[in-house]
Design a binder for this molecule. Sequence first.
Ligand code: HAM
Length: 422
Amino acid sequence: MRFKKPRGTQDLFGDRMRSWAKVEEMLAALAGGYGYSEIRTPVFEVSDLFVRAVGEGTDIVSKEMYAFADKKGRSLTLRPENTAPVMRAFLENGLHRSGGITKFWYQGPMFRYDRPQAGRYRQFHQFGAEAIGHPGPAVDAEIIDLSLAIYRMFGFTNLEVRLNSVGCPVCRPGFLNILRNALGSMKSELCGTCSERAITNPMRIFDCKECVDIKNRLPVITDHLCDECSEHFEGLQSILRGMKVDFMLDSLLVRGLDYYTKTAYEVLHPGLGGQNALCGGGRYDGLAEECGGGKIPAVGFSAGMERLMENLPEEFAGKIGLDPVDAFFILPDESVSAEVLRIAGELRSAALRVSVDLSGRSMKKQMKVASESGAPLAVIIGPEEIEKKEAAVKVLASGGQESVPFAGLSARIFQERKNEVD
Ligand code: HAM
């Protein structure tokens, strides 16, 4: 083979592709049912958007960006996430002028140059939602509920919701000083990366898989929240309890992006091991300003599609069957292609789903493919049938065969489709 797909990417086709398409359709319907509408933004943006929004000291920006210069030397980046692009689009299109809460959902590929492993890809897909325009904790609760509704819909059990508050520009600087002081005496115990983080971005130490012991001895932000953040955090917990949503407080949860303020949360699945976050999100009240807009509060989440698809409970996965056509056309002789393609076109215009086997393979082989396709009928048209203007129609389940005039084909195929439904 001369070419291979780039490392950390996947080809989707066949049964897996069908499952993805079905799940995507259900997710769109779910978000629509919460009053969210779809947004599509470009797959690449000006690099500076991510540098400012996600944060220079984060792994995503410092190590994982697919950044490139275009022909005019501008730095662009394949989006590593979609919250910053959605906020950019919201501001650029003047949507803040309409007031109220703007609710968007999205779905599509994201790109991070990370070390590929189970559940971690370089091109992966997210389904996400962002609610922009209101600071109250009820919006955070709706976002958390929508993200959990995804997993409920597919029959997931044993999920864990981890919840934290990461403070805001009022209380965080004070906490960072306290944290730096505490770290001062532990420097020798930190791993290489965290020694650097202790200076550049000390909260990231809470995300380190190596410095576990130290993390548990560090001061936590929830003990140092300002009144507004505390009130918001308490308010959110009380709404979630009222909604009967189970959650665990986790003061070590910081998330890998810098734009968060107040709420940060993740949904974990025990089957995922190291890469155990099915989805994550939180509030980002400062992002609009960082992007050059006004003070516009917002909250959202993104769910990893690969992690969802790779952990779909069997029960649901088994229900996604074939999506067969109504009739599978078999050609004993390639000389009749033009006529058969014309007939197939007419049937499709009448809203029937028709597949034509143009492979020139043996009748036996074509019949086998027809049976495996799940189509209820095989329609055989060769030179003889063209002459008589009649097709040989075979009911694949029973093996029964009949002659049907071309003029009656559409009615016969519709009848079989109705029989199948009944
Ligand atoms: P994130 O935690 O970076 O947050 O990503 C969200 C989810 O995307 C993860 O929980 C995981 O399921 C999936 N994911 C992330 N990286 C990979 C990867 N390399 N391979 C496979 N799956 C991956 C965000 O992206 C934020 N934009 C979430 C958000 C929305 N916050 C507010 N609104």
